[in-house]
Design a protein around this ligand. Structure first.
Ligand code: CDV
Length: 326
């Protein structure tokens, strides 16, 4: 019998700066209720799903921004999501800004800020946590930009790697191999492969991607923004023989446009479901996990075909070097 799970990509429309956590949580609860009616067993919410994408708002002193972060998970405001998970027997993936008090690499306990995602099982238990590794943007106010993207100011680089967990979900009591990445991570094949090497079957990722490239270092056509997002997720799924659920925050948020186009992708790299609005929208698919087998036993049979002795630059080098001139 096929191993199937019904997954929901729960796109969120814009969450404005003035909106409270309750506004966001109530909207997510409505999507969970709709998911329950449509047989969803695992629902995926976007990156920083509880607030506006606040890294577009500069603050001089980071302590002034503490109100954007969650110091506890669950908290009073987010507990209803965990209750809904138990009530509906539905797992969920949630992206949020995390405020932790924990030792840094020197052993000193201090306030630390991460762009985080958690996976919660149908018992309301957190079974996996991920902290975003590939932080885009800049750390200082950039007067050349109409909209700031200050992730490098608001967050530290994640310190949990790219973990994959096998955990029961929905009908799959035997467990599913699940992993997470966040937004910009999807553009980095290394992130996918590290999870592929842990036999991941389902990758969840939330994103907040502006429709316009503000880097102003060359022209990136409007339509290519969506193409590049889909291309990255489709390639990651195909090359690692896994399902992917990419979920956006969409629409005009604090005056800035986020492009939406949330998708579910199969292990052949095909888009099987896509959001067609900029609103809160649930798109679902009944995912056959056995579809992962073809890729991983043939062209992407890693044990048979990988040649890591030729990949040492991947982990020993960061920036590109020039080739020899002949
Ligand atoms: N939130 C993000 O990580 N956004 C980036 C933008 C800045 C390019 C992304 O990769 O979509």
């Amino acid at each position: 019998m096929a191993r199937r799970i019904t997954v929901g990509a729960a796109q969120l429309g814009a969450i404005q700066k003035a909106d409270s956590r309750k506004v966001a949580v109530d909207r997510m609860l409505a999507l969970m209720a709709e998911g329950q009616r449509r047989g969803v067993e695992l629902i995926v919410f976007p990156e920083l799903a509880l607030t506006t994408f606040f890294p577009r708002h500069y603050v001089e002193n980071l302590d002034e921004a503490d109100h954007w972060y969650e110091a506890a998970m669950p908290s009073n405001e987010t507990a209803p999501l965990f209750e809904a998970a138990r009530k509906y027997r539905m797992g969920f993936h949630l992206g949020y800004a995390e405020l932790a008090h924990e030792p840094d690499e020197t052993g000193v306990v201090r306030k630390r800020r991460f762009n985080t995602a958690i996976l919660v099982n149908p018992d309301g238990k957190i079974v996996l946590k991920y902290r975003k590794v590939h932080l885009p943007g800049h750390a200082e106010f950039d007067p050349a930009r109409k909209v700031q993207h200050l992730e490098k100011r608001f967050f530290e680089v994640g310190n949990l790697g790219f973990p994959v967990v096998r955990s029961p979900m929905g009908r799959r009591d035997e467990g599913i191999n699940m992993g997470m990445m966040i937004c910009n991570d999807r553009r980095w094949p290394e992130a996918w492969r590290v999870m592929g090497l842990q036999s991941v079957e389902l990758v969840m990722l939330g994103y907040n991607t502006p429709s316009i490239n503000q880097e102003a270092k060359g022209w990136e056509a409007h339509h290519l923004r969506v193409f590049h997002s889909h291309l990255s997720i489709q390639a990651g799924c195909y090359q690692n023989a896994c399902w992917g659920v990419g979920v956006a925050k969409a629409g005009i948020e604090d005056g800035a446009e986020l492009f939406g186009h949330s998708i579910i992708v199969n292990p052949q790299g095909e888009i099987v479901a896509m959001a067609d609005t900029w609103e809160d929208q649930l798109v679902t698919h009944d995912c056959d996990l056995d579809m992962c087998t073809l890729g991983r036993t043939s062209i992407f049979n890693f044990a048979a075909h990988r040649r890591p002795e030729h990949y040492t630059r991947i982990t020993s080098q960061v920036g590109a070097v020039e080739p020899p001139v002949v």
